[in-house]
Write a protein that binds this ligand. Structure first.
Ligand code: ZN
Length: 452
């Protein structure tokens, strides 16, 4: 069995690993590169393998950095099945058309303003392309064996990261390799902990937070501490939130804080049609998480939904205090960008950054203390307070990753570390070697390895 790391190696986006076993070729994850321009440009290149003859795609979860390239792969000629869990299929039906729509919008805007280097700027794929690609999705339940291609069998196990998130186990030629996908946290407020590992020969493990330890304590406390001063001074808290995962965790915690009178009962807006749809899917896939019916209902009712562009624009006329949650999670696009442009100059307001902010994103620039950000070709000074919360992460930190890996009683022959910035991946490699005594290597972009 051979693995080639075509994305999610040396970076946290663009996850794609080609698995070759005999004549079978399966792509595990099909993510879009995001962040730095040099990375994003890789989305435009032809896939480094023949998309026409690829047998199947297996998706660990629906986040765009793991599934967002599927429509582009289909455009490049892939016509096999894309296997995933039911939750992932439902979320892809929300996320992928939206990703296409966003790219069309960006291309249209770039052409109107003439700031693109490409004339005309073209979307990588359209909403229609994405809708066509959805027909490839082939959902299968957790724990059930399926055959993506003759000679390869596979299973999904819970990863506790978002609705539908899974790790995938692939068996071929007498060997088993496990792909961690994104690994959730044992004490997540919404999700069940990741399923323990079972014997395998090789494992590919993510390292988003491979060099960090999350804040300890109840994330509700940290959220209350972040929100209260801004709301008390009548400010607006803008939260760039991933539509799937973070947005729901925030809504759940805000509902709890309000019910306990720990923050004022201020208006909360969920300004993202995608996040609204995703929130409702949490109530459909109840076995994926810890929330009961009442918990789901409270989460769904924690915010007023701004679905249409007009409803979103109407928020500009409102005064604080209030909380606005909008995509995208790293402020690379979406409606949060308009709120930053509109309210970012006011030091009374705040931007709350709640998740991983990849290099090259506006979110990371804000965290790094940048005086402003470029929005649609224009520099916007940002005077709003920057707040940061790490405890809301839907990713295990280094210690939690090690604890999860430790559930594997017999060491694998080899562990490959992917999906991390180089320093994070290397730190996790060292800890896997020193603490667990496993042979471990950081996956390099384009590297082809053998599991013998
Ligand atoms: Zn993810």
């Amino acid at each position: 069995m051979h693995l080639t790391f075509h994305g999610g190696a040396g970076t946290v986006t663009g996850s794609k690993t080609l698995v070759e076993a005999g004549a079978a070729r399966v792509l595990v994850d099909c993510g879009l590169f995001q962040g730095l321009k040099a990375l994003r440009l890789q989305n435009r290149a032809q896939p480094p393998f023949d998309a026409h003859t690829l047998d199947a795609v297996v998706l660990t979860h629906a986040h765009i950095d793991h599934a967002g390239y599927l429509p582009a792969l289909a455009k490049a000629g892939f016509h096999g099945k894309a296997w995933c869990t039911e939750g992932t299929a439902d979320l892809c039906r929300v996320l992928l058309p939206d990703a296409g729509h966003l790219q069309e919008e960006d291309a249209r805007y770039a052409n109107k303003r003439g700031f693109s280097r490409h004339h005309p700027a073209l979307p990588l794929y359209t909403r229609e392309d994405a809708e066509r690609a959805l027909e490839l999705l082939s959902p299968v339940g957790y724990g059930r064996s399926f055959e993506p291609v003759e000679g390869v069998s596979a299973r999904f196990r819970r990863a506790g990261h978002i609705v539908g998130a899974a790790r995938v186990e692939l068996d071929a030629g007498g060997r088993r390799v496990v792909f961690s996908g994104d690994v959730g946290r044992p004490g997540d407020p919404i999700f069940l902990p990741p399923d323990p590992l079972e014997a395998c020969d090789g494992i590919v493990v993510e390292s988003t937070y491979g060099d960090r330890k999350h804040e300890v304590g109840d994330p509700a406390d940290a959220l209350a501490r972040a929100l209260r001063p801004v709301l008390d001074r009548g400010g607006v808290v803008m939260v760039p939130a991933f539509a799937v995962g973070r947005a729901q965790t925030l809504l759940h915690l805000i509902a709890r804080l309000k019910a306990d009178h720990r923050i004022a009962d201020v208006p909360v807006f969920l300004d993202s049609p995608m996040a609204i749809d995703a929130t409702q899917l949490y109530c459909k896939h109840v076995t994926d998480h810890r929330l009961d019916h009442d918990g789901c209902t409270a989460m769904c009712r924690a915010a007023t939904y701004a679905r249409t562009p007009d409803e979103s624009k109407a928020l500009n006329k409102r005064d604080g205090p209030m909380i606005i949650l909008a995509g995208s999670g790293m402020a690379t696009g979406g409606r949060i960008v308009h709120h930053l442009a509109h309210r970012g100059r006011d030091p009374n307001n705040a931007v709350l950054l709640v998740g991983y902010q990849a290099a090259g994103t506006r979110g990371q620039a804000l965290l790094g203390g940048a005086e402003g950000v470029k929005i649609h070709g224009q520099f916007i000074p940002i005077k709003a307070e920057r707040l940061r919360m790490d405890s809301l992460s839907a990713h295990a930190d280094a210690g939690e990753l090690l604890e999860w890996l430790r559930t594997l009683r017999t060491p694998p022959r080899k562990a490959w570390i992917n999906h991390g910035e180089p320093a994070a991946s290397d730190m996790l490699r060292v800890r896997i070697r020193d603490v667990l005594g496993w042979e471990a290597e950081v996956a390099r972009p384009g590297q082809r390895v053998e599991l013998d």
